[in-house]
Design a protein around this ligand. Sequence first.
Ligand code: ZN
Length: 336
Amino acid sequence: MHVYSDPALERHVNDLSGVENPERFPAAVAGVEEAERGGTPVEWPPCRPAGGEEILAVHEPAYLDRLRGLSDAGGGYLDPDTAMGPGSFEAAALASGAACGAVESALGGEPSLAAIRPPGHHAGAGYAMGFCLLNHAAVAAAYARSLGVERVAVLDWDVHHGNGTQDVFYADGAVLYLSTHRSPFYPGTGRVGETGEGEGRGFTANVPLPARSGEDVYAAVFAGVLVPMLREFDPGLVVVSAGYDAHAADPLGGMGLEAGSFGRFAALICAAAREVGAPPPAFVLEGGYDLGALTQSVAATVRGAYEDAPEWEYAGGVRPVEEARSALAPFWKSLR
Ligand SMILES: [Zn+2]
């Protein structure tokens, strides 16, 4: 596993968020180190900040200027949950750069992880939201496209819907956005009927789940929706928005996963990528606010990239899965 990270990611302080705090960074890194001590091969290539061109493939120039200006001025407020301090722009640009580094490693045949903060998937082209400044997974997907990858899948297992990522690619048929998340819940988007528009019709997939869903429900979502769609889409790269706030111990999420669940998700996505001849996935850290659960879940993901996939099959009868399948069946043969 190639892991991209930088100590400057700890210097972003969001004083509106009680939970998206600098301690998350060493907690995530500790997870990688734990997997490494257990024998998983880990390398730490150097991490660079994303350049203007990479960021501007996703974000509006005026928004980028605003972020940079606020950070240079010592900080400021962007939405009810999202603040910047003097180190915030540097951290966000490094986090997006880490995601681009992860894309390079993945395309070179190595599974990779951007161990970063702040998270990114609520940020849209021109807005910050929900602790997120720049949308690293979206920057990674756009970067892969700029390197010649025709089709990129972004799979988002964070407990929150990635409204920013969905917005960025909603009318884009070259990027398939797949999300499973708690609903009704923050940020309020990600209903099953949101399936894309224009050239992107059918290329957004949402599987909203009730609170306290556990691994059995997620297994049905993977086997019944996400993996069949990944196979049929046949991407040249899979970017995973890997949030860990669906862990049972998370103070925000209210779901029922355990750390090992994320390892099984990782193994399954790696296997699906292999099946379609795609390189291994690039994992990009999103949320996850219980520090111990974050460490254990990151460790499980890193290990999972080298483990056998679970044999999950969808036998029918799981309501959220049935609803997503019927909404998406007009676009996807594998769901009919
Ligand atoms: Zn989240």
